[in-house]
Design a protein around this ligand. Structure first.
Ligand SMILES: C[S@@+](CC[C@H](N)C(=O)[O-])C[C@H]1O[C@@H](n2cnc3c(N)ncnc32)[C@H](O)[C@@H]1O
Length: 321
């Protein structure tokens, strides 16, 4: 994967390795003069590959809610030399604002979830593998952190978060243990939370199916960053921004995200939405998207071997009619 990046943008060892790059590139099929919106810029790995297809003519609009991405963007702009600008914010809001201001795009990419830089920097508090302050905000200026949720949400709310966003079997036991533990002293660090989770689940379950805190950490991250609502709002805004013939690609990393994308694509690709017993169409509804991936594309085994974080990635793409 690293070898596929243009020489000018070889990432550092700690940078995010972009997933499904060749597949995204083929589906978005940028040509010189087009406008590309990278709504999840991260370390700019996808943008670097795709910008090469613009051959110096065209525009890149980069979006990310994480302010630390600005340095990666500046590096990208210096090295690729394309016309580019960075907009910091939640993609659901930024895409809506761009669409409302009449900005149009030929291709849009959403590569969801967190970057390796976020996961691997202990001070961001995303990782269960190192003890660090409990945080998990992609945007460090937002009000709600994992610390807030774990110390202030009710037992039922925590249970629902763990069950819904983490599909955690022991959601109730873990929520109960958290509430009991925080009566003594509030949670401050990831390590405290990991210990409480481990103690709350039955011993045999601690050893199967990955790290025992993995699902709770995923669930908290999704809740802290309101990831599913952002995706649900971003898809119609992205569609509005696209020019006819424009392409939208979304890479998701868990089934909840993929379901939102699949449902949106299917609804937009439908023609008539009249009830099935109507003899003739009265709705006049026209499809707005043509689905380019009848099934989601998954990374090849070689890619997963080189980059285990790609394992759960699913790519769907569609074209505006
Ligand atoms: C998987 S990384 C993207 C990596 C990028 N494609 C690359 O090649 O380096 C996801 C990025 O999206 C950002 N992000 C996630 N949800 C967001 C949202 N709702 N609004 C803006 N940025 C978001 C994260 O901060 C993170 O930097």
């Amino acid at each position: 994967m690293r070898r596929m990046l243009p020489n000018v943008l070889q990432p550092n060892e700690t940078d995010h390795v972009p997933v499904l790059v060749e597949e995204v590139r083929e589906l978005l099929a940028l040509t010189p003069g087009e406008t590309f919106v990278d709504a999840t810029f991260g370390a700019g790995g996808h943008s670097s590959m795709l910008a090469a297809d613009l051959r110096g003519k065209g525009k890149v609009i980069a979006i990310d809610r994480d302010p630390s991405v600005r340095d990666y963007f500046e590096r990208f702009r210096r090295r690729t030399g394309v016309q580019a600008r960075f907009l910091r914010g939640d993609f659901s809001i930024v895409l809506e604002q761009l669409a409302a201001n009449g900005v149009r795009a030929d291709a849009i990419l959403l590569d969801l979830g967190v970057s390796s830089m976020q996961l691997d920097r202990p001070e961001r508090g995303f990782s269960y593998a190192v003890d660090a302050p409990l945080d998990m905000r992609m945007d460090p200026s937002s009000d709600v952190s994992a610390r807030t949720l774990v110390n202030e949400d009710g037992e039922r709310e925590l249970e629902q978060i763990f069950r819904r966003y983490g599909e955690e079997r022991f959601a109730r036991q873990i929520a109960r243990a958290i509430v009991r533990r925080r009566r003594e002293r509030p949670f401050e660090r990831t390590g405290d939370l990991v210990e409480t989770i481990k103690a709350a689940i039955p011993a045999p379950a601690r050893f199967g199916d990955g790290h025992p805190a993995k699902r709770v950490f995923q669930a908290l991250r999704i809740a802290v960053n309101d990831e599913l609502a952002a995706l649900g709002d971003a898809l119609p805004a992205a569609l509005e921004m696209l020019r006819p013939g424009g392409r939208l690609a979304v890479i998701s990393f868990h089934s909840l995200e993929d379901r939102i994308v699949k449902t949106f694509f299917r609804e937009q690709a439908r023609g008539c939405v009249c009830p099935p017993d109507f003899p003739v169409c009265v709705c006049g509804h026209e499809p707005t998207l043509r689905i380019l991936t009848s099934r989601p594309l998954r990374p090849a085994l070689q890619e997963v071997a080189a980059n285990p974080r790609a394992a759960s990635a699913k790519l769907r793409a569609a074209q505006k009619v």
